[in-house]
Ligand binder design. Structure first.
Ligand SMILES: [Zn+2]
Ligand SMILES: [Zn+2]
Length: 257
C-alpha cells in the first residue's frame, strides 16, 4: 500500500506524548509523513514547528506568518534564518484572508509580497491560505513571479476553473476534511474535475475534521478518510490516490526524503 502524506497540519501546540501517539495512529492509517505548518499563531509557532520536526523523523515543517497576523508580526532575521534548515520544506502559510479579515487588507498584501520574495530567495515553495481573495492572491503571485518556486493553495474549496488558473502558475491545490462533508456538493463536484496530478491531501489539524469526526479535533491519521472520498469522486482506488498525491508532494517539496 503506497503511503499518504498529511501536507498541512498544526501539531506544534501538542505535548510530546500526544505527538508520539498521533504519529503511531497516523502510521496505522498509512500516513507516514506530515508537514507541521508553523504559521498559526504569531511567529513563535514557526520556531515550535521546526523544533517538532527536528525531534520526529516523520515530521517536516513550514515557516511563515499567517495573514491573520499581518498587523502584529513581521519577518525577523531569526525567523528567516530558520528556512535554511533541511526539515523546512516550504514557506507559509501566507496569503490573504478577506473573509475573517483579522488584519488590515493592505498590510496582508504587503506581508504576502514580502513572503513570496523570501520563498524565492530560499528556493522553497509557498503554502497559500486564501479566503475570499482568489483574484487578489493570483494577481500578487503573478506580479511577484511566484511560479519560479510554485506551491499549493491549501484547504482548497474553489472551482476547477480556478484550479486550472493555478496550474498555469505552477500551483497545486490540497483538500482537507471539508471534502468529506455531506453538504459540500459544489466542492466535491469541482474536485472531481480537477486532474489528480494537481491534488494533495491535508488535515489542517486540529481543524476541519472529516466525516465521521466532524466537529471534533482532526489529526494526520484522518488523511486516509479524505483519500477515500477523493477516490470515490475520481472513481479510482484509494491506493491510486495515495500513490498520486504522495508523488505530487515529492514533486513540490524537494526536501522530503
Ligand atoms: Zn489556512
Ligand atoms: Zn493551516
Amino acid at each position: 500500500m503506497p503511503y499518504l502524506i498529511d501536507t498541512h497540519c498544526h501539531i506544534n501546540t501538542l505535548t510530546s506524548e500526544e505527538i508520539s501517539a498521533l504519529i503511531t495512529r497516523a502510521k496505522e492509517a498509512s500516513v507516514h509523513k506530515m508537514i507541521c505548518v508553523g504559521a498559526s499563531d504569531g511567529t513563535q509557532s514557526s520556531f515550535d514547528a521546526l523544533e517538532v520536526s527536528r525531534r520526529y523523523p516523520e515530521v517536516y515543517c513550514s515557516i511563515g506568518i499567517h495573514p491573520h497576523d499581518a498587523d502584529t508580526c513581521e519577518w525577523s532575521d531569526a525567523l528567516k534564518n530558520l528556512i535554511i534548515h533541511e526539515k523546512v520544506l516550504a514557506v507559509g502559510e501566507t496569503g490573504l484572508d478577506f473573509f475573517k479579515a483579522w488584519s488590515d487588507f493592505e498590510k496582508q498584501k504587503e506581508l504576502f509580497r514580502m513572503t513570496i520574495q523570501i520563498a524565492k530567495e530560499f528556493s522553497k515553495p509557498l503554502i497559500i491560505h486564501c479566503r475570499d481573495a482568489f483574484s487578489d492572491c493570483v494577481k500578487i503571485l503573478k506580479d511577484e513571479n511566484a511560479d519560479k518556486v510554485g506551491g499549493v493553495f491549501h484547504c482548497f474549496s474553489g472551482t476547477a476553473d480556478e484550479a486550472a488558473q493555478l496550474s498555469e502558475i505552477n500551483f497545486l491545490v490540497s483538500y482537507t476534511g471539508t471534502l468529506t462533508f455531506k453538504n459540500a456538493h459544489t466542492v466535491r463536484k469541482e474536485a472531481a474535475k480537477i486532474p489528480l496530478s494537481q491534488i494533495m491531501l491535508e488535515t489542517d489539524a486540529p481543524y476541519m475534521a472529516p466525516e465521521p469526526h466532524r466537529g471534533k479535533k482532526s489529526e494526520p491519521a484522518h488523511v486516509s478518510l479524505i483519500a477515500q472520498v477523493l477516490a470515490e469522486l475520481h472513481q479510482v482506488s484509494p491506493e491510486y490516490i495515495a500513490e498520486v498525491t504522495t508523488q505530487n508532494a515529492y514533486r513540490l517539496f524537494h526536501g522530503l526524503s
